[in-house]
Design a protein around this ligand. Sequence first.
Ligand code: PXP
Length: 236
Amino acid sequence: MPKLGVNIDHIATLREARKEGFPSPVEAAMLCVSSGADSIVAHLREDRRHIQDKDIFEIRKAVKRFDMEMSATAEMQNIALKVKPDIVTLVPEKRQEVTTEGGLDAAKQLKYLSKYIKRLQDKDIDVSLFIDPQNKQVVAAARSGARFIEIHTGAYANAKGSYSKAREFQKIKRAVALARKKGLKVNAGHGLDLSNARRIASIKGIEEFNIGFSIIVDSLFVGIEKAVKRMKKEIS
Ligand code: PXP
């Protein structure tokens, strides 16, 4: 059964909107876990727009499985080596974006990433590369030494019309199959919600879904426990 990683960045977005010190991402993380989340994901962005360094250390202590999302910079690597998350997901970052827009260009940065990944994996921190579902990126990820990839499902989520949806779905399916053949473990995420997660979850071979925005939005109306439970059911 695929696992559910809940990204709690937007609990911190809400806190940073007023800077009153609440709501607490750690409290949310613990509620997600007690409601069935298999792991907690948080993105420490270079601009610290939501999650702060202190949150990362606290989340690490509070949950069993922690996926730290970050860009592949020296600063973030040093923080990750101190925090020791179970897994680091490397994402591209642009200052002006409202969320992670595209996947990493693993093919272009292969040499740099290989060295970067080795330093983390040598310290028992698995590394996952967030990539678009393209053959050349999957092949590069396998060559980089990363143990995981996370397939960007945003293009599928945003595709309009049944032809585009079907085309994006096939890209994901093919990328999962190729990655598994190359010995990679496969996660998937971005833009998944109650209307589309089940379809992606029908693809065999995905270990974990990382879902944030839709669960946090849902939690405003139904509470975080119910929001996590119903997404977990959706992908099971
Ligand atoms: N995976 C990665 C690598 C991401 O950057 C994000 C967004 O922070 C997600 C998953 C979750 O995406 P969403 O918030 O759209 O569910």
